[in-house]
Design a protein around this ligand. Structure first.
Ligand SMILES: [Zn+2]
Length: 144
């Protein structure tokens, strides 16, 4: 296990099946200290169009829960992505991208790429045992 157990198995199981709950989970971590608009720095927001997104009340820019997180721009359901992230980071399972592909009904290459993205973020965090999963989820992902 790479991470402190911040997420109980029960919570994780709930999140695996519900993308809206994953979005809320990510949003809660992301804006734990409050919302700050990335465009203008304003801190007031209203609800955005997609679940758990937030829209700046000054410049009207909307930010999704997953923007600038490990789930940035993924092209498959976020609950499936969370399943992979959880198993790589917390579950201690040595699932290959083929296993994930079978379990989730996703393309193997999709699973491989996302798993690699997580592994890269884990690497960046220095594989510190005290690293919390929230740190990994919020590791900004940038295309090389
Ligand atoms: Zn703004």
């Amino acid at each position: 296990m790479i991470f402190k157990e911040e997420i109980t198995r029960e919570t994780a199981e709930e999140l695996f099946n519900n993308s809206e709950k994953v979005l809320k989970f990510v949003a809660d971590i992301k804006w734990k200290e409050g919302f700050v608009c990335r465009s203008c720095g304003h801190t007031n927001y209203c609800e955005g169009k997609t679940p758990s997104s937030r829209r700046c009340t000054r410049c009207k820019k909307e930010e999704s829960a997953t923007a600038n997180t490990i789930f940035h721009n993924i092209k498959f359901p976020v609950n499936k992505a969370f399943y992979i992230a959880y198993n790589v980071c917390v579950g201690g399972n040595e699932f290959s991208s083929y296993n994930f592909s079978d379990q989730l009904g996703l393309n193997q290459m999709t699973c491989w790429k996302f798993k690699k993205r997580i592994m890269d973020c884990v690497q960046k965090s220095g594989k510190n045992k005290e690293t919390e999963i929230s740190t990994i989820l919020l590791t900004e992902f940038r295309k090389a």
